[in-house]
Design a protein around this ligand. Structure first.
Ligand code: FE2
Length: 414
């Protein structure tokens, strides 16, 4: 194993360096069960091959830290900038996203060598990097953690395509089972503050912290369960247009949507551990915003707003607190709750906060340019790396997306 990934690094390494190497190592650990073929498949255009995630997260450090801040750095392969730039217009042209699954070369082993090359250069550079570059290391760690979650959801989508139903790893039980019946937590009304404080790491879109007004409302103490989702289905929820937003109904008809993404007709669902019985008490997962919204209307409730959720997270739900503390627990580690904890759809558009300022430089493209047609999700999922999330965290996806671990918590006006 490379020196930069030595598990016995000296205790004098900085906390930032410790987290960098732990993050880089975890990505390799996640890839360990995969063959080169597993890691090359792109199950649909919005998902990426595992191999691409491994390379792109290295490209991020190579480009924004090593190229710009390490004098004399030699890229591993000049051509990789075209292959592994995701969406940064300031970094020039790039390979088309829907074609990522066409990259049988470089091989998985070559991508591992690329990672090692970047890690060795980072190790050389760390002690002399300027504060601005260290901030980019922090961003790169958080960026790679986001890709670790995508890695798992994309592998789930990949294996779900295979009639052999391969298993990626074992599943631990959900961290939070349902408490019956649901109870309601009265949220704070009036003016509250949301958003990340000025100190500590947060993505640019979480700032600035600012005041919002909350009308009287209440939030469910837990997420909607699989059993409740089955009731919605049995009651014709997917066949009742009055429950649906117009765009959602059109989407559901066009795509033939009639159940959560990985449910099968025999009462099982496909998971990272292969096909399993659906656990009635676990939170429903792999639903779109459209489905979450229709369910809420069927239940006589609504989706929470981002501000209601965030203010709630500061005060209530030991299960929620546990989830935020754990931030989920990335796969194949034992005891981690691989299935059952989900991101929670809100009704809030992913838009800028008052006074929003994108990060400086090319990384200013990280969040701000996606503030159109996407909804905010709060919390964390079973696939979120430990410690990655926080109450101000703003995950976002288009309303029809459902290959992430997405679920729903209900809200009501009070
Ligand atoms: Fe990325």
């Amino acid at each position: 194993m490379k020196a930069a990934l030595d598990r016995n690094r000296p205790a004098s390494a900085s906390p930032l360096a410790e987290r960098l190497w732990a993050t880089r190592r975890l990505t390799l650990d996640l890839a360990a069960p995969l063959s080169d073929a597993d890691a090359t498949i792109q199950p649909f255009p919005d998902a990426s091959p595992a191999k691409w995630h491994l390379a792109h997260t290295s490209w991020f450090f190579e480009t924004f830290v090593l190229r710009d801040h390490l004098f004399g750095y030699t890229p591993f392969d000049e051509r990789f900038a075209f292959l592994f730039n995701s969406y940064y217009e300031a970094e020039g042209p790039r390979h088309a996203r829907p074609r990522r699954g066409m990259l049988s070369r470089p091989s998985l082993d070559e991508v591992r060598s690329y990672r090692a090359h970047v890690d060795e250069a980072l190790d050389r550079a760390l002690s002399s990097l300027a504060p601005a570059a260290l901030e980019l290391i922090e961003l790169g760690i958080n960026h790679e953690q986001q890709h670790q979650e995508l890695f798992l959801t994309d592998i789930l989508a990949t294996f779900a395509e295979n009639p052999l139903e391969p298993a990626y790893g074992e599943l631990a039980p959900p961290a939070c089972f349902a408490v019956e019946p649901v109870s309601w937590h009265r949220g704070r009304g009036g003016i509250v503050e949301i958003g990340a404080p000025d100190d500590g790491f947060a993505f640019d879109a979480e700032r600035p912290r600012h005041r919002v007004f909350l009308a009287a409302h209440q939030l469910a103490n837990r997420r909607v369960t699989n059993r409740e989702w089955r009731e919605f289905m049995d009651d014709g929820g997917y066949r009742t247009p009055a429950l649906w937003l117009s765009d959602g109904w059109a989407w559901a008809q066009q795509e033939g949507i009639a159940a959560p993404l990985y449910w099968r007709e025999d009462g099982t669902e496909f998971t990272l551990a292969g096909r399993r019985e659906i656990d009635a008490a676990a939170p429903v997962a792999h639903i779109s915003f459209y489905e979450a919204d229709a369910f809420a209307r069927w239940a006589g409730a609504r989706l929470p707003t981002e501000a209601e959720w965030e203010d709630f997270a500061a005060s209530a739900d030991p299960c929620l607190g546990n989830q935020l503390d754990l931030g989920g627990a990335v796969a194949p580690r034992a005891g981690g709750g691989l299935f059952g904890d989900v991101w929670e759809w809100t009704q809030s558009a992913f838009a800028s906060y008052p006074g929003f300022a994108p990060a400086e430089g090319a990384v200013g493209e990280y969040n701000g340019k996606f503030m159109s047609g996407q909804l905010v999700l709060k919390g964390a999922s079973c696939a979120t790396p430990r410690g990655h999330s926080r109450p101000s965290y703003r995950n976002f996806f288009p309303p029809a997306a459902r290959w992430q671990f997405t679920g729903v918590r209900l809200a009501q006006d009070a």
